[in-house]
Design a protein around this ligand. Structure first.
Ligand code: GLU
Length: 475
């Protein structure tokens, strides 16, 4: 069997980080088996469509480093890959079910349906269509259609049946058919519902494995039944566990930080760190190995090692991965990534900056605060100079001494020589080394925390350094 997996985003909002995990597993599984990974846009819920969402989702998928073998913008043998461009296909299959008595027209107004549901609720029953239209004769149906009455097409759920299907993670799942509503397959505007379109498309696109979030489990019995109605072989179902917040209080939520795939990248998490983190959120290699490239993951990913219980989205762990991947970057590569956060700074300077910040940031965005003194005017309260009990007189002496040393340097930016000369100055005056450098740092940056300050002199430039030190002597 040819492995074909898919992601089927609905353009109803932003892609969640959980979607990226699901995508990663689908992608890896297809690639491992030399199969195909497909993207299909499920845009049948017209009321919930968000303008621009489709392109944003496709972009974020690419930003995480993925590409698809078939799908929007690319095409493929089973296209189109956008559901609203496939409406005739769904109609044909809905008609087939009607002809076979497995689906029926329903002309009930939404007013009637609302009333019906309210009454059912009052009686403590599960809201379900009461099948009033199931008893319409062929002639009545034809007449109503001729008169232009609006209708939907409903699936006829068989009575007294147990509907069962096999889920790779959860085993056999069984649902009594009495708990399932006669699902709408085609809405009054002629557009199919998710449940119907997904089955038709997964079948026609020859999807072999469906991996998706566990929130889709309630849809699975209806889908399993549709495969049965059509006499089609159902794909393998894999409903992944949910991502939980670390406090164990439920599904991952915005309370703890970003949840959208794009915002993690915007904050300066590296795609490879996020992917590595996500690999282990719901799957384990069965060894102690922690770091995996996507290629390594593809080689060893298997459905058997998927977790059965929910995974905790531990942001501390994510930070740990991100720090690791930042430190692994070459200066050139890190500089290119930093450019997004410091667009005004040249690549040449960013390459010089990279080794200075590499060990000091957890997320790329932190570089902005950490290095703002290098690129922007500084402003700090005078008292900040009075480090470790220094008085104004001492600050003046120290900074005047520093100016003297720096002015006389033959080459600007020679870290080692600069350091030696400053240490000599400190020693000659009997000053405290730590205190001197704290004051020196504040004078040059207005910050208490910076990359190694002597390393920063080169990027800061002689003129700016001397000016800032001079200002510190004028307190
Ligand atoms: N369109 C659904 C979504 O938005 C796809 C669900 C599925 O994978 O079957 O996630």
């Amino acid at each position: 069997m040819q492995v074909r997996t898919r992601m089927a985003p609905s353009p109803t909002g932003e892609y969640h980080i959980g979607h990226i995990r699901t995508l990663l597993y689908n992608y890896a599984f297809a690639k491992k088996h030399k199969g195909s990974f497909i993207i299909r846009i499920e845009d049948t819920d017209q009321k919930r469509l968000v303008k621009g969402a489709k392109d944003k989702i496709l972009k974020v998928i690419k930003d995480y480093g993925f590409d698809w073998d078939e799908g929007p913008k690319k095409g493929g043998p089973y296209g189109p890959y956008i559901q609203t461009q496939r409406l005739d296909i769904y109609k044909k299959y809905a008609q087939q079910l009607i002809d076979e008595g497995k689906a029926y027209y329903c002309f009930c107004s939404s007013k009637r349906l609302d009333k019906m549901r309210q009454e059912q609720k009052k009686r403590g029953e599960l809201p379900k269509y009461d099948r009033r239209c199931l008893s319409l004769s062929k002639e009545e149906i034809e007449k109503k259609i001729r008169n232009g009455e609006s209708y939907v097409i409903r699936m006829k759920i068989p009575d007294n049946r147990i509907i069962e299907w096999e889920d790779v993670i959860r085993g056999k799942i069984k649902v009594p058919s009495k708990d399932i509503d006669d699902q709408v397959l085609i809405k009054s505007d002629g557009i199919p519902t998710y449940h119907f379109a997904v089955v038709i498309d997964d079948h026609l696109m020859k999807i072999s494995h469906i991996m998706r979030g566990q929130s889709w489990i309630p849809s699975a019995p209806k889908q399993a039944l549709l495969y049965e109605f059509f006499g089609w072989q159902a794909p393998v179902f894999v409903h992944l566990t949910v991502l939980m917040d670390p406090d164990g209080k439920g599904k991952m939520s915005k309370r703890h930080g970003s949840v959208f795939a794009k915002s993690f990248l915007d904050e300066g998490y590296l795609a490879e760190a996020l992917l590595n983190f996500l690999m282990l959120l719901g799957w384990n290699p069965g060894t102690n190995q922690e770091f995996f490239s996507l290629d390594e993951f593809i080689k060893i990913f298997s459905l058997e090692k998927l977790h059965k219980s929910p995974a905790t989205f531990d942001r501390k762990k994510l930070n740990y991965f991100n720090k690791h991947y930042i430190q692994e970057k070459s200066n050139e590569d890190l500089a290119k990534l930093l450019k997004k956060f410091l667009p005004q700074v040249s690549l040449k300077i960013l390459i010089e900056l990279s080794p200075l910040v590499k060990e000091r940031i957890t997320k790329l965005s932190e570089v902005v605060e950490l290095t703002k003194f290098l690129f922007k005017p500084i402003d700090y309260p005078v008292e900040m100079l009075l480090q470790r009990g220094a008085d104004k007189k001492l600050v003046k002496e120290m900074m005047s001494g520093a100016i003297e040393v720096l002015v006389n340097l033959t080459e600007w930016g020679e870290t080692k020589i600069t350091q030696e000369k400053l240490l000599k100055l400190i020693k000659d005056n009997g000053w405290n080394v730590g205190q001197f450098f704290m004051i020196f740092r504040v004078a040059l940056s207005g910050q208490k925390i910076t990359p190694p300050i002597i390393d920063c002199l080169k990027i800061l430039g002689k003129e700016k350094c001397l000016k800032r030190l001079k200002k510190a002597t004028e307190i």
